[in-house]
Write a protein that binds this ligand. Structure first.
Ligand SMILES: Cc1cc2nc3c(=O)[nH]c(=O)nc-3n(C[C@H](O)[C@H](O)[C@H](O)COP(=O)(O)OP(=O)(O)OC[C@H]3O[C@@H](n4cnc5c(N)ncnc54)[C@H](O)[C@@H]3O)c2cc1C
Length: 362
């Protein structure tokens, strides 16, 4: 028997979790699909430990509603100021657990894991079926616009020259303070002198754990760990992680919507009448050598993301959130951080529900 749903949300990272909960809370029967075995996406599975994009440069939360609720449920320590920006340290296991709990507590949402999106069918400019389900609206939260690609909707892509992938992994049993820039620099300097590609340390909520973001290759990681053990005090007894080293992908694909958010909008802190989410994160680009370039908004400012960036231009019932919103490569280099993905996800869930309610009245 074919099952009918009001809304299909594809992808269950920060954006998809928020979109499914918002759609369910708005009374829409919702199916959430992900190729992985559970919710979390990059935020839950890659080893990240800092939620960026939640705050302005004074530490004020930029988006309320689901974004704030989810951040509160992750919160085990105060937000941290890192240079000009504020981040919320979190544990990836807690991210996955909070997502599971919120989805389970939401009426109308059914999740399907280990389900790659397939068999997307359209009729008169609308998606009416995917994975054997009849659907009335779809929210693409795959990060790489897999639904849009299946229906040949116009997309833009970032690439690894400005959004280079990185390895994220923990080193246990590290007896050294890495919490300040100066303390981390004392470890990074000998590594750079030895010719290793750049790495950085993420704040960790676990004692004696150094969380590492490394832009080099998987083959270089055992050499890096060996170098740290031999040459840097506090790392003598650090344990080699048992997990496979798989790089996390920053690059994604954006679906062209009714409006394309630009880098100039971001850096000019532009405001829109149809605002649905706000962000103040800098434009953050990483080259393949591991060098980061950060371009900041004016002091104390944020930019708006309009509803039009969450509605596909070509397919009338396709919405998007997270890394797939309608944005150019500079704008998404800011808007891809998880705080912003949560906000656009929640907004896309609500927009899709409102669109369905208004088409019911017609
Ligand atoms: C190296 C690196 C460091 C980063 N550092 C930070 C940081 O410190 N803080 C921060 O806030 N952000 C950081 N980010 C950015 C952030 O993690 C991502 O941009 C954000 O998590 C994207 O969320 P999303 O929900 O749009 O997509 P994702 O989290 O990527 O979720 C997409 C989901 O879609 C599913 N999916 C994909 N294709 C299919 C398909 N065909 N069928 C079914 N399901 C599918 C995937 O399994 C996945 O679960 C970093 C990213 C990287 C790669």
């Amino acid at each position: 028997m074919i099952k009918n749903f009001d809304i299909a949300v594809v992808g269950s990272g920060a954006a998809g979790i928020a979109a499914a909960v918002a759609a369910g809370r708005a009374g829409c029967s919702t199916v959430l699909l992900d190729q992985k075995s559970g919710p979390g996406g990059t935020g839950g599975f890659s080893g990240l430990t800092t939620l960026c994009g939640l705050y302005d440069d004074e530490g004020n939360m930029l988006n309320n509603g689901f974004t704030q609720e989810f951040a509160e449920s992750l919160r085990e320590s105060d937000p941290l100021k890192m240079g000009h920006v504020w981040v919320l340290p979190y544990r990836p296991a807690r991210f996955r657990e909070a997502a599971q709990q919120m989805l389970a507590a939401t009426n109308n949402v059914r999740a399907q894991w280990n389900a790659r999106v397939t068999d997307v069918q359209t009729e008169s400019n609308r998606i009416n079926c995917l994975n054997g389900f009849k659907v009335r609206a779809v929210i693409d939260c795959t990060g790489t616009a897999e639904v849009a690609r299946a229906v040949h909707a116009e997309c833009l892509a970032t690439d690894e020259n400005t959004q280079a992938p990185a390895h994220l992994f923990p080193l246990h049993n590290v007896k050294r303070d890495l919490t300040t820039t100066a303390a981390a620099a004392q470890v990074m300097l000998p590594l750079a002198r030895a010719g290793f590609p750049p790495l950085s340390f993420q704040p960790s909520l676990e004692a004696d754990v150094a969380m590492i973001k490394f832009t080099g290759s998987a083959e270089q990681i055992p050499l890096l760990i060996d170098f740290l053990r031999r040459n840097v005090s506090g790392f003598e007894h650090c344990a080699t992680p048992t997990t496979q080293f798989i790089p996390a992908n920053r690059a994604g694909r954006m679906i062209v919507g009714e409006y394309l958010l630009t880098g100039a909008d971001v850096l000019g802190a532009r405001k829109f009448p149809d605002v649905v989410a706000r962000c103040a994160w800098p434009v953050e680009q990483w080259n393949p050598e591991g060098k980061v370039q950060l371009r900041y908004l004016p002091q104390h400012e944020h930019y708006d993301i309009p509803a039009r960036c969450l509605r596909a231009a070509a397919i009338s019932n396709l919405f998007m959130a997270g890394k797939t919103i309608s944005a150019d490569v500079d704008a998404i280099a800011s808007a891809r951080v998880m705080g912003c993905c949560l906000a656009t996800g929640a907004a896309a869930g609500k927009l899709a529900a409102e669109w369905l309610h208004s088409s019911d009245k017609e």
